[in-house]
Design a protein around this ligand. Structure first.
Ligand code: UDP
Length: 489
């Protein structure tokens, strides 16, 4: 008799940078490993049009993925004053009840859950899954090096008695060369900030779960992954276990999210048409992720630096940070760009407000470089398409990613910041020329093309990431065959 289909629940955190890889993971599990997936979210986490765009994509690929949106109507006092990490962590705590109802209703309908796969921001849900005896895993949408840091944090915090922002020395993270304390993730910088408390809280709860799926691949982060697999070095004395790790990446989309919005659809066509008319590998793509925005004075420096470099560019510009996939509140570009910039650069540059189809842009033959905010999805997308980068980190773990892209993977050139984080126009001009025509550019281009091939091979049957994913699936199958009694209490 054929064994029943393995069923897992995927529960992402808020933000498109989290939703995209989680949705792609769901697709991969269903398409390549034959799993049945329930993709669970709470209403407050994503806008309805974003969820609609994702569920349409999944439905059209006729995959065995069911979208469940839980009606968690939660509010927290003073949310607008909180850092995003604090806000999300608190909202997750308040959503536990809804998630428990959602999971219980699956179990009651006779649909056992072999694994609950979630984001580290959702550590609150570990309470729910422990209660329901559902094996729990985290999918980390950041590099393996960040997991190394996460597991080292309790030790680092006890050894270094001051905020990392005030510590002017390199920090030791297993599997990594010493890294400047100021390159550690922003929420960890200031101990008096609530976000610091939440990060340390989430990190310490990683010991409660069975495993971590990593959005990276062995050939990219060999040392950190080896160190994580060996495990013991993080807690040689206190006897705590380290979760098993499965490097299954790169988990990135192969196509951009299609919006029903006419404006975004037109923009997609305009960008690609414009690229079609540029020479091969001649265009620098400039983008700061789904929500990044620069202060106006920095926009001016970037514009004038790009202009002085004389290179072609496609620049996604927004005036205020947004976290949504929608064209509302269009940036009035002429109001924030230097006077006359658009007309002076018309023959070689295109500036688009808010959003561009990043995947098709990176895979277009005219694209020769990416000035990138070092978001992990963007970094993996660039590597997977063989596009070398200029680093311009803004927040979250992006400075740490910058360190990896430049020093470890050697696929990027660093745009040097002043001590106040500002990058001057002369530096923009220098770094753009170096990437697009210099010796440094040739070196990182050759290296990123090598890694593009390694990423492709890792995902093929028999490749390191495919094998790691199959190992995780096999563990879930074992969970399913010998359940520790999934009993609703
Ligand atoms: N993205 C896009 N078009 C844009 C900006 C972003 O398609 O104009 C996509 C990009 O391809 C990536 C995601 O949004 O998949 C951004 O994730 P990342 O981790 O790079 O940065 P975040 O937005 O989380 O800061």
């Amino acid at each position: 008799m054929e064994s029943p289909k393995l069923h897992v629940v995927i529960f992402p955190s808020a933000g498109i940078g989290h939703l995209t890889p989680f949705a792609e993971l769901a697709k991969r599990l269903s398409e390549c490993h034959g799993l049945s997936v329930t993709f669970m979210t709470c209403q407050w986490m994503f806008s309805s049009h974003l969820i609609a765009a994702f569920s349409e994509r999944m439905a059209s690929a006729s995959l065995d993925i069911t979208f469940v949106q839980l009606p968690a109507d939660v509010e927290i006092e003073g949310a607008e004053l909180m850092k995003i990490e604090t806000r999300i962590s608190k909202l997750m705590e308040k959503s536990k009840g809804s998630v428990e109802i959602g999971l219980r209703s699956l179990l009651d309908s006779g649909s056992p859950v072999s694994a609950f796969i979630t984001d580290f921001f959702c550590s609150a849900m570990f309470d729910v899954t422990a209660k329901l005896c559902i094996p729990t895993y985290v999918f980390l949408t950041s590099p393996a090096s960040l997991l190394s840091l996460m597991l080292s944090i309790p030790k680092l915090v006890s050894e270094i008695p001051i905020s990392f922002k005030d510590a002017d020395f390199p920090v030791e993270v297993p599997g990594l060369p010493p890294i400047s304390s100021r390159d550690l993730p922003t929420p960890l910088q200031d101990r008096s900030d609530e976000a610091f408390f939440w990060f340390v809280h989430h990190f310490s709860r990683l010991r409660e779960i069975k495993g971590v799926l990593l959005n990276t691949f062995e050939e990219l982060e060999t040392e950190p992954i080896k160190t994580l697999v060996e495990g013991t070095i993080f807690n040689p004395t206190d006897g705590h276990r380290i979760p098993r790790v499965y490097p299954v990446g790169p988990v990135i989309s192969s196509s951009p999210l299609e919006s029903r919005d006419k404006l975004l659809q037109d923009r997609r066509v305009d960008c690609l048409k414009w690229l079609d008319n540029q020479p091969p590998s001649s265009v620098l793509f400039v983008s700061f992720g789904s929500g990044g925005a620069l202060p106006e004075a920095q926009v001016t420096e970037l514009a004038l630096g790009l202009e002085a470099s004389r290179h072609r560019f496609l620049w996604v510009l927004r005036s205020t940070p947004t976290r949504v996939f929608q064209p509302s509140k269009e940036t009035e570009l002429s109001q924030i760009l230097p006077e006359g910039f658009e007309s002076r650069t018309r023959d070689r540059g295109l500036v688009v407000p808010s959003w561009a189809p990043q995947i098709p842009v990176l895979s277009h033959p005219s694209t020769g470089g990416f000035l990138c905010h070092c978001g992990w999805n963007s970094s993996l997308e660039s590597i997977s398409h063989g596009v070398p980068m200029i680093t311009w980190p803004l927040f979250a773990e992006q400075r740490m990613n910058k360190f990896l892209l430049v020093n470890e993977f050697k696929v990027a050139i660093e745009a040097k910041m002043e001590s106040d984080g500002f990058i001057r126009r002369e530096e923009v001009e220098r770094v753009v020329r170096e990437l697009m025509e210099g010796e440094g550019g040739r070196r990182v281009r050759a290296r990123v093309r090598e890694l593009k091939e390694k990423a492709r091979t890792a995902l093929e049957e028999g490749g390191s990431s495919f094998t790691a994913m199959a190992a995780a699936v096999s563990e879930w199958r074992t969970n399913a065959e010998s359940p520790t009694a999934i009993i609703a209490m």
